[in-house]
Write a protein that binds this ligand. Structure first.
Ligand SMILES: N[C@@H](CCC[C@H](N)C(=O)O)C(=O)O
Length: 227
């Protein structure tokens, strides 16, 4: 699977995309109602989506990458060889950020240094998102997730995506959000993440360090495009 952002750049991975890709293949092959798993080659390695009997798609998203140079970020590692709750000055305001790669780079924030907990609906993403995306700390640019904690197993997130801006959902971003929330001691390893487009269930398993994402993928329309 190869995907393209709306600015034409090619990211390594797309969590929503891989769920849709699995659904598309199942429709093509008439695999309705059957449990079916696929191995998908992506820029981030092999990713394994499985269509469950309930119709939801559960994806083995692989292991998070936390080493600063591999995210990549120029911020220094400070905990578990990772960048956790580090200070990032954006437009004169100091934010606390945790950096995670799910094959593609993510910067996750729960708020500003010493500030109130984020109320994500109040944020002007179009104004602050690009300042994170193009910040010097991120040599490959970054996706940014702004997160509000409802409870240790229930988070709300809005994403500003690298190359695409504010989107209704970001699967890799939801995975990075739970990894960051666990590293910051804010959440358990199994969480529901609410996104503007609907919820995703994410689990970062302790046994094998793998991240699993479960969510829907539905056919919206069929069409053809002359190229
Ligand atoms: N904008 C991302 C790629 C797309 C991520 C996607 N929305 C998802 O669901 O994971 C990037 O440039 O890394």
């Amino acid at each position: 699977m190869r995907i393209f952002n709306s600015d034409g750049s090619e990211p390594e991975m797309c969590g929503n995309g891989v769920r849709c890709f699995a659904r598309f293949i199942a429709e093509l092959e008439n695999l309705h109602g059957k449990r079916q798993s696929f191995t998908v080659h992506t820029g981030a390695g092999l990713i394994v989506p499985e269509i469950q009997e309930d119709g939801l798609v559960k994806v083995d998203m692989g292991q998070p990458v936390l080493k600063a140079a591999n995210v990549p970020t120029k911020l220094a590692s400070n905990k578990y060889d990772a960048v956790v709750k580090s200070e990032l000055v954006v437009d004169g305001v100091t934010w606390n950020v945790t950096c995670v790669s799910m094959g593609n780079p993510h910067c996750v924030t729960f708020g500003t240094k010493g500030g109130e907990d984020l109320q994500v609906d109040a944020l002007n993403l179009a104004q602050i998102g690009p300042k994170f995306e193009h910040h010097d700390a991120f040599p490959a640019r970054t996706n940014t997730e702004f997160v509000q904690v409802y409870s240790p197993s229930h988070l709300k997130m809005r994403a500003w995506e690298r190359g695409s801006g504010a989107t209704l959902a970001c699967g890799t971003g939801a995975c990075a959000t739970v990894v960051a929330a666990v590293l910051e001691g804010r959440a358990t390893r199994k969480c529901t993440v609410d996104l503007p487009g609907g919820p995703l269930d994410i689990e970062w398993r302790e046994e094998d360090n793998q991240v699993y994402m479960t969510g829907p993928a539905e056919v919206v329309f069929y069409g053809s495009v002359p190229l």
